[in-house]
Design a protein around this ligand. Structure first.
Ligand code: HEM
Length: 514
């Protein structure tokens, strides 16, 4: 079996190599490709790119090869961008060419390319972005302030009551914000149906994330496998694809049907979906796309927000002195008689710097989200072939040492010109991506993060877990090591209210919503 598998691996790669040689001969171009580690026959740089934390290796390559590094991994051509200038130039100034996404056969078959995050650059994507923009642009997100404040208050109450279930509470809090905005799912008393959707979304998310990782499915590297008859032993490609397709279609369409039913019964609150359905959207194309765009919002918005909060809690437990400074500022500005609210934000410079530091310390997408070059290009004298997958090494930007403060430390001071001569690169310029495909949900996300962070620091102490003798346990939460996103897996962490007064404030505020 191994030999057969190897044969399948070698044969198409051989064709790819011949094709690449022929293509190169035909191009007769004068510019060379950007530098990079020398490729090996057939497998190219496959062995040079580590499976875990490839962004760290790419960063070391900067010293060897410079800001643009070109590698070939089996059939794929990859360009890694190691400086902000190239990211701006290619993704922003040349966005016409650099706004497509790589395509994966399995993801395409499962319908995942209908999701805006993975959609090819074109009219459908443009229409979807327009729909999302109307709901989460900088102005529009203000109408979710009270929802976010209420969710934060309930989150704190749940923490007071069941602190050991912090991971579950966090997941519910971020899911509720996004599910409520998208589908109008109830925040006050989520029904079993709503909860079931949340579980199914999470399960589908795993299918999605696997399907857009190069090499996760062999058929993406060797498309010929798709045509293997299904009776061939161990060939489950089509079955896997069909199962995924049904699952995705189900979770995309069922919540919409639910909203339609609720609307008929007159019990559907305002939401992205119900607003569009209510408007009696006449454009058939938009009606068709609505379920997919709604799913895109949920899918792109939930784990990223909760993942950012996991990074925050990890940092708080490791750097209690920063946590104390944050709390001091909140108590000085807001007082201790109420929870923080959005109106306080502009008077909280240290908190705002700490939120930037959360985005920087361990960025959610260390390699951004990859783009596919639509037409061959020349940049800095180098030739970049059509179809090259271009990845911004955001992680490297996050390690900048301009402020003079060690990048491994969690130190909001690096963003405050009252503390350093030169401030660090602002993470809002890279953590949410670039150009036309920049995260449309960034204002909503940032508001959720602000509200959850500030409420937690104001009332809860976050610390490393302790054993029954009160001694800290060895603790180093592992992060998702590769793929589109990287944040900690759910971990154990100690959460306790800072005082009886904080408990009373939390309970009082939560009761006022119930
Ligand atoms: C802290 C939380 C979040 C982070 C760190 C984050 C980060 C990102 C990044 C890095 C990208 C790729 C941009 C690029 O290709 O240059 C992206 C895309 C996207 N994000 Fe977010 N995001 C967050 C929250 C949200 C939320 C709450 C929403 C909901 C509206 C959302 C919706 C999207 C969508 C739909 C895309 C795909 C855009 C496209 O391909 O055109 N994100 N996000």
């Amino acid at each position: 079996m191994a030999l057969i598998a190897l044969g399948w691996l070698v044969y198409p790669s051989f064709i790819v190599v011949l094709g690449v040689i022929g293509h190169h001969l035909r191009q007769n171009r004068s510019q060379s490709l950007p530098p990079g580690p020398p490729p090996k026959p057939l497998i190219g740089n496959y062995l040079d790119v580590p499976k875990a934390e490839p962004w760290k290796t790419f960063s070391q390559w900067k010293k060897l090869y410079g800001d643009l590094v070109y590698v070939k991994v089996l059939g794929d051509k990859l360009l890694i961008l190691n400086d902000m200038e190239s990211m701006r130039e290619l993704f922003e100034k040349r966005s016409q060419k650099y706004s497509d996404r790589p395509s994966f056969l399995m993801a395409k078959y499962m319908g995942i390319e209908n999701n805006l995050s993975f959609a090819p650059y074109g009219p459908d994507w443009r229409q979807g972005r327009k729909l999302i923009h109307g709901t989460v642009n900088q102005e529009a997100v203000q109408k979710y302030h009270s929802l976010q404040e209420d969710v934060a208050a309930r989150f704190l109450r749940d923490l007071v009551e069941y602190p050991s279930e912090v991971m579950k509470h966090l997941h519910m809090a971020t899911a509720h914000i996004i599910a409520s905005i998208t589908y109008g799912f109830s925040i006050d008393t989520p029904s079993n149906v709503d909860l079931q959707y949340l579980d199914e979304f999470a399960e589908t998310e795993r299918i999605v994330l696997k399907s857009v990782v190069p090499g996760a499915y062999l058929v993406d590297m060797i498309p010929q496998l798709w045509y293997l008859p299904s009776w061939v032993p161990f060939n489950s490609i089509r079955r896997t694809a069909e199962r995924g397709r049904q699952r995705v279609s189900d979770i995309v369409h069922r919540p919409i049907e639910q909203v339609e039913q609720d609307m008929k019964r007159g019990v559907s609150p305002a939401s992205f979906v119900s607003d569009h359905l209510r408007e009696g959207e006449s454009d058939e194309a938009i009606r068709q796309q609505l379920p997919w765009v709604a799913w895109s919002i949920y899918e792109a918005g939930n784990d990223t927000t909760s993942g950012t909060m996991l990074v925050f809690m990890h940092a708080m437990a490791c750097f209690p002195e920063v946590q104390a400074r944050m709390r001091e500022e909140i108590h000085r500005v807001v007082g201790t008689d109420r929870l923080p609210s959005f109106v306080d934000r502009e008077r909280l410079p240290y908190i705002n710097a700490a939120i930037k530091e959360v985005y920087r310390w361990n960025p959610n997408s260390p390699l951004g989200a990859p783009r596919k070059l639509q037409d061959a290009d020349v940049y800095r004298g180098y030739y970049i072939p059509k179809g090259t997958i271009v990845m911004p090494n955001v992680w490297l930007l996050s390690r900048d040492q301009d402020s003079g403060i060690d990048p491994e430390l969690f130190s909001p001071e690096r963003f405050l010109d009252t503390h350093v001569t030169k401030t660090a690169i602002d993470p809002y310029s890279y953590a949410f991506g670039f150009g036309r495909r920049m995260c449309p949900g960034r204002f909503l996300a940032d508001n959720s993060v602000f509200m959850l962070v500030t409420s937690m620091v104001a009332t809860m102490r976050i610390s490393k877990p302790k054993d029954s003798h009160g001694v800290e346990k060895p603790w180093n939460p592992p992060y998702i090591p590769a793929g589109l996103v990287s944040f900690p897996y759910p971990f154990e962490v100690d959460i306790e209210p800072i005082s009886d007064k904080a408990v009373a404030v939390v309970k009082g505020r939560a009761m006022s919503i119930d």
